[in-house]
Design a protein around this ligand. Structure first.
Ligand code: NAP
Length: 260
């Protein structure tokens, strides 16, 4: 059976558990015919264990996306497994505890800087580190949480995501002439490690469950994976700088669902 990613070579970041959005994308991408290489951060033996749970065990390269040496050596390490790549998934975010949970007015700059460095600037760093592998063009996809408005508890991560959404447009501008598309998927809440570290995250879970016109599962990341896979495939050849909402329709409606 042919898949939408047949013959595509993908680099996928941000896998730490089977709930990770990156894991869901890697799994679906393999099911659709892609060859997947993963990156892991810090806890490499854990990532390697999770990588073995994919339909086809994937190789794992160590990448701290804030480490200049890791970024410089990334292309060479990827070439040990594939001769180039057609797509990259950026599924990386982190903010120190003081930057989340309702402390917005008191968060020190150092912690804001960490959030921006890992969650925003890294999109550009990963893209440029992968350029030598994408000489024939390709697709870069990242993950955001709708930054068009202020949320409870999301605080400086919301600011970091607003920056990510802007960086998405600038990367689309600068990489388009190289045949590289750059797009974000704006996902509704999912119970991943990153989400669980946000105090008060239940507020999103409750709101999404009540308001999404299509309804929303907090534990099924396949809709997000399918959208990322579509953007990584050849199905969106003229789309770049876009933010595709995969949130059950939540962003489009103003109040809770009423039974009709
Ligand atoms: P996750 O499973 O915890 O994945 C986040 C990943 O980022 C982890 O693998 C983490 O590694 C990695 N990471 C942190 N610092 C890094 C660094 N310096 N270098 C490289 N990797 C680093 O959570 P997730 O929810 O799937 O997050 C993936 C993306 O989806 C994030 O951009 C997140 O903001 C976005 N998103 C999530 C939701 C949601 O509700 N879950 C909604 C919308 C968007 P460690 O765990 O080892 O630190």
């Amino acid at each position: 059976m042919s898949g939408i990613l047949d013959g595509k070579r993908l680099l996928i970041t941000g896998v730490i558990t089977e709930q990770s959005l990156g894991f869901g994308v890697a799994k679906y991408a393999q099911e659709q015919g892609a060859d997947v290489v993963l990156t892991g951060f810090g806890r490499m033996s854990l990532v390697e264990r999770i990588a073995k749970k994919l339909p086809k065990p994937a190789p794992v390269i160590e990448l701290d996306v804030t480490d200049a040496e890791h970024l410089e050596s990334l292309a060479g390490k990827v070439r040990e497994h594939v001769d180039g790549i057609d797509g990259v998934l950026h599924a990386i975010a982190y903010a120190p505890p003081s930057a989340l949970g309702g402390n917005f007015l008191n968060t020190p700059w150092e912690d804001v800087a960490t959030a921006l460095s890992v969650s925003t600037f890294s999109y550009k760093s990963l893209a440029t580190a992968c350029l030598p592998l994408m000489e024939n063009g390709g697709s870069i996809v990242g993950l955001t949480f709708d930054a068009s408005q202020a949320w409870p508890v999301y605080d400086w991560m919301g600011v970091a995501k607003a920056g990510l959404e802007s960086a998405n447009r600038y990367l689309a501008r600068d990489l388009g002439p190289k045949g590289i598309r750059v797009n974000l998927v704006s996902a509704g809440p999912q119970r991943t490690m990153a989400a669980k570290s946000i105090p008060g995250f239940e507020a999103f879970e409750e709101a999404w469950t009540k308001r999404s016109p299509l309804g929303w599962s907090l534990t099924d990341s396949e809709p997000v994976a399918k959208a990322c896979a579509a953007l990584l495939s050849d199905l969106f050849p003229a789309t770049s700088g876009e933010i595709l909402h995969v949130d059950g329709g939540f962003h489009a409606v103003g109040v809770e669902r009423t039974e009709q």
